[in-house]
Design a protein around this ligand. Structure first.
Ligand code: BG6
Length: 519
């Protein structure tokens, strides 16, 4: 489709510049007038991520002048209370500098509707408020609903929206979208139920399932690295790759989230979503174009080819942190954390070996692991290459040569490292590993937006490229369900806070003649 002449950016000479038209993705994208309705504004996610992200977007000039932030919560709040909470949240957690002028503009368009999820009157008032905002603030009937609420509350909220026709594009005269936070369901069955419900209330294209890892710059860079370059793709397969390790480690414990976490555990909290999405981007085939649909087709194909280990006893390990030491401080064990039952068997660590049954990846193990209270916060994807088939050097010359590795550092120290052998200066032919590093901070002056900044903006624009679809979610549960069944009546293996997980996870790799990376 050709961009209309008027939308083209004119050069100084007044001629349209064909390289910079309305489709130019380097130009800032600004949503149409709209409201963002946040359910659960007092929760951790809203205060630490969402409200700050909205302020950051406003600060970067990426929100339309007719933008309204509408909070909904069970609070007996008077005028200005929600505004104060949002301001404090933005001040405490925003990425960009504080500007009073930005806040005053935003604050003029902040609204609050009190009520609980089972209160019909409250939802009627919310529907009326949205209606009035079309007149008073020119939102043209456009609204996105962010469900920042416990998964158990999804059905009630969705049914209220159905009852009040808030989800109805036609009735509203604009667009209506919904944002659902992970975990999407508890297993395949509940995920299907939830998906059916959401898709019956909203038009399926208007449902945005958030996996915030996809909003990270370094995660999007996996696609750039693989498909914008010639260098990597020819070796990105089982001919050259020996194994892949995907790690998401955190040094923090569960903090104040016992209620959520003890019901969920590491496999459902992180493995089923964040790690599976990283695996999908690493293993997928090249999409025919960079569009939401084309990328989702490839991700779904590869996720359907992921298989759980046949030998779970050996290749599926879950653990729980015990008390220990981290960064010189004593850390409590999981069972001693506030509100965690003293006999909880919930896992805070999960590691598994998966296979991707495609021609490209046949025989290449994908080792995935995630855990809390590990020595440090790090997320990375490491491709370890096969050894050279023949080394014309003596064994002692290459004693310190390991596998070539390509490591995508998702966070922190965002960047990419390539590890390969090099001659040590001197009169002998000694070969040792060296590393070549790309660091975002050194190559780019602009700092990366927060994942939620990017994703909230995409929802308001209606760009679904970075959001998993139903099929992806269900394909992941198909792999995770058998793992959960296997673990259901087992005690988790214990590891001390500050260690890299339980010994059983090391044994798992040792039995394959490999070792976990120590990032
Ligand atoms: C969330 C999990 O999805 O991701 C949390 O629920 C986890 O348990 C968090 O701490 C980690 O996110 P990030 O972006 O800090 O790696």
């Amino acid at each position: 489709m050709r961009a209309p002449e008027s939308a083209k950016v004119r050069s100084l000479a007044g001629r349209a510049n064909p390289l910079r038209d309305a489709r130019d993705r380097r130009l800032p994208r600004v949503p149409e007038p709209c409201a963002l309705v946040v359910f659960g504004v007092t929760g951790d996610l809203a205060r630490k991520k969402l409200l700050p992200a909205i302020y950051d977007l406003a600060n970067r000039g990426l929100l339309p002048a007719n933008f309204v932030l509408l909070g909904f919560a069970r609070r007996d709040w008077g005028h200005g209370d929600f505004e104060d909470l949002a301001k404090q949240a933005a001040k405490d957690h925003a990425r960009t500098p504080w500007r009073e002028a930005t806040w005053s503009r935003l604050a003029g368009n902040v609204r609050f509707v009190p009520g609980s999820f089972d209160d019909d009157d409250a939802f009627d008032r919310l529907a009326d408020a949205l209606h009035e905002l079309s007149d008073s603030h020119g939102i043209q009937g456009n609204a996105a609903f962010y469900l920042s609420v416990p998964p158990a509350a999804f059905p009630t909220v969705l049914k209220q929206m159905q009852r009040t026709r808030m989800a109805d594009n036609e009735a509203s005269g604009g667009w209506r979208r919904v944002v659902v936070e992970k975990p999407f369901g508890h297993d395949l069955h509940s995920a299907r139920e939830l998906n059916e419900l959401v898709d019956s209330v909203f038009t399926p294209d208007d449902v945005f399932r958030i996996d915030h890892y996809l909003g990270k710059e370094t995660v999007q860079n996996i696609l750039a690295l693989r498909f914008a370059n010639m260098l990597f793709e020819p070796v990105w397969n089982s001919n050259c790759v020996d194994s892949v390790q995907i790690t998401m480690a955190e040094d923090v414990g569960i903090g104040t989230r016992a209620g959520f976490y003890d019901e969920t555990g590491a496999a459902r909290d992180v493995l089923q979503n964040h790690l599976f999405q990283l695996l999908a981007l690493t293993a997928m085939e090249e999409p025919v174009e960079f569009s939401a649909e084309a990328i989702q087709i490839e991700k779904l194909k590869v996720l359907r080819a992921v298989k759980p280990p046949a030998d779970m006893q050996r290749y599926a390990v879950r653990g729980q942190y015990d008390q220990g030491w981290l960064a010189g401080e004593r850390a409590a064990g999981y069972r001693q954390e506030k509100d965690v039952p003293a006999d909880s068997t919930t896992e805070t660590y999960a590691a598994v070996r998966l296979s991707v049954e495609t021609r490209r990846w046949a025989g290449v193990p994908f080792y995935l692991r995630t855990g809390k209270r590990l020595p440090r916060r790090v997320t990375e994807i490491a491709l370890s290459f096969r050894c050279a088939p023949h080394l014309p050097f003596t064994a002692t010359d290459t004693a310190e040569l390991g596998h070539n590795q390509l490591v995508i550092r998702v966070q922190p120290d965002e960047g990419v490292t390539l590890k390969f052998g090099s001659k040590v200066p001197g009169s002998t032919m000694e070969v040792r590993d060296v590393a070549m590093d790309f660091l975002y901070g050194e190559s780019f002056t602009e700092s990366s937006p927060e994942a939620y900044e990017r994703l909230v903006l995409d929802v308001l624009i209606g760009d679904a490229t970075l959001f998993p679809r139903n099929g992806e979610v269900e394909a992941s549960w198909l792999v995770v369900d058998p793992l959960e069944e296997f673990w259901a009546d087992q005690q988790p293996a214990m590891y001390r806070a500050g260690e890299w997980g339980p010994k059983e996870a090391d044994d798992m790799l040792a039995s394959d003649g490999r070792r976990w990376r120590r990032p």
